[in-house]
Design a protein around this ligand. Structure first.
Ligand SMILES: Cc1ncc(COP(=O)(O)O)c(C=O)c1O
Length: 459
């Protein structure tokens, strides 16, 4: 098959196009100017204001339509404005949005029951976000690592937590402490002590670091922010066996890969053994903020009133919406759809890989894919946005795809056609330092791009 070629664009061309676009006066929207003036600059955002969505499409303030293969970073599993979710929010917001965890509400218990059925775990704590739920799970692990009441006097608390290289668990202090990415951690150190990183999927490294001082091992069954890397069966089963042997907890962070994204209720369900704790959030309440810690009875038995809590977590409206989300996944048989559309996406991406010389690898399943490039993915993401396709890029080189669970066959086809055109037609400006005669030292990232350009463009 014909290999697509990347395009090299002269600086003069982009100068000319800059001049053309500079001629059009653009009136900034108040949403943009206010954001510029009043928000903390924690995000590098495109100057687009999205106003609404419907199904797998979102629309901006100019009325432009985008196919959404980012799904609010794995949150919008039902796409946008699902009628049953809209109806539930309308109904419950007129009844009780918040009551407080000092009292029962109608939906928390039934939602916990449903999550126990889906996960095979026993008890649930509701939080507000993924990070908060991860912090709670780590606290629970430390609690379980303490000698139980009545233990012998020389029993010592186990406090070490093993986490994975290339992991991401969130931005609060606890979650950040088990997150590997240096640039997220370094400005805030010292973080929570007692965390040690194990090389992801390296069984020998795991075995060398696991002993009786470990209270928990935390891992993502499929690393999301890290670039869609699945934990191997061998590593998972060894982690399970070592956790059992040393009375430590195996914590599965299913915040990105869980609740149906793989076509299973939980990503760990492809293995024969269970975690002690699973942590979920993102799609749980169809876009409203809700996270949860799911635990087995053994870990739950160490918890007593007052040890942990939250004001907002598990409010009536958000739990009603989450319950509706889970029911929709069942009623609309969305797990089957995720599996079928996932196979079509995978086949299409593999075909694309055979045509595009800078696709290194396709990873993932269901509605969660990483397309690893040998060149930086940023320009393709920007071009996709211009052409009405939402995708993003993790770790600079992996295009991440997180479409909604109700994506149709036609939309998968539409995505594949548009993605192929974007990969083949996006101009890439090769840095000046690419010139072999240049003596200018290149920053590592630039040098990686230049090297990739030399070795992968077939001319
Ligand atoms: C695997 C994983 N864990 C934890 C988090 C943190 O969740 P939140 O942003 O809701 O705090 C994320 C967010 O991207 C995630 O992907």
């Amino acid at each position: 098959m014909r290999k697509l070629k990347t395009t090299r664009v002269a600086a003069s061309v982009s100068r000319a196009s800059r001049k053309r676009s500079a001629a059009k006066p653009v009136r900034p929207l108040p949403a943009l100017s206010d954001a510029d003036q009043f928000l903390l600059p924690t995000y590098k955002r495109s100057p687009i204001v999205f106003t609404h969505g419907r199904g797998a499409y979102v629309f901006d303030s100019a009325g432009k339509k985008y196919l959404d293969f980012l799904g609010g970073i794995a949150v919008n599993a039902l796409g946008h404005a699902h009628p049953r979710i809209v109806m539930t929010i309308r109904r419950e917001s007129g009844r009780a949005i918040h009551l407080s965890n000092l009292f029962h509400n109608e939906f928390q218990g039934p939602l916990a029951r449903k999550l126990a059925e889906w996960s095979g775990l026993d008890r649930v704590f509701f939080a507000n976000s993924g990070s908060e739920a991860i912090d709670g799970a780590l606290k629970l692990a430390r609690l379980c690592g303490r000698p139980a009441e009545g233990a012998t006097a020389n029993a010592r608390a186990k406090t070490r937590i093993l986490a994975m290289t290339n992991s991401f668990h969130g931005r609060t202090f606890g979650a950040l402490s088990v997150t590997a990415t240096k640039k997220y951690r370094a400005p805030f150190e010292p973080l929570v002590p007692g965390v040690e990183f194990v090389e992801f999927n390296d069984v020998a490294d795991l075995e060398s670091k696991f002993d009786d001082t470990v209270c928990a091992i935390i891992l993502e069954p499929i690393q999301g922010e890290g670039g869609i890397y699945a934990v191997s069966e061998e590593f998972w089963e060894r982690a399970r066996a070592l956790a059992t042997k040393h009375s430590a907890l195996l914590i599965a962070d299913e915040i990105q890969c869980g609740l149906g994204r793989t076509g299973r209720h939980f990503a760990y369900q492809k293995f024969s053994s269970m975690p002690d704790i699973a942590v979920i959030a993102k799609p749980l309440a169809a876009g409203l903020p809700l996270g949860a810690i799911l635990t087995n009875n053994a870990a739950a038995s160490r918890v007593s009133p007052g040890l942990h809590g939250t004001t907002f977590g598990g409010g009536p409206m958000v739990c009603a919406v989450a319950l509706e989300f889970l029911k929709i996944v069942e009623d609309q048989k969305l797990l089957q759809n995720v599996r079928a559309r996932g196979q079509e996406t995978r086949a299409g991406l593999e075909k694309l890989k055979s045509k595009v010389d800078f696709i290194k690898e396709v990873r993932g399943e269901g509605c969660m894919f990483g397309v690893e490039l040998s060149i930086e993915g940023g320009p393709f993401v920007a071009e996709a946005l211009k052409r009405g396709l939402l995708i993003n890029c993790t770790h600079d080189f992996t295009i991440r795809l997180l479409p909604p669970f109700l994506i149709t066959r036609a939309q998968v086809r539409e995505f594949l056609q548009r993605f192929e055109k974007i990969l083949s037609e996006t101009p890439r400006v090769v840095p000046a330092a690419d010139s072999s005669s240049s003596k200018t030292p290149m920053p590592a990232a630039m040098s990686a791009v230049a090297t990739a350009s030399r070795s992968h463009i077939k001319r």
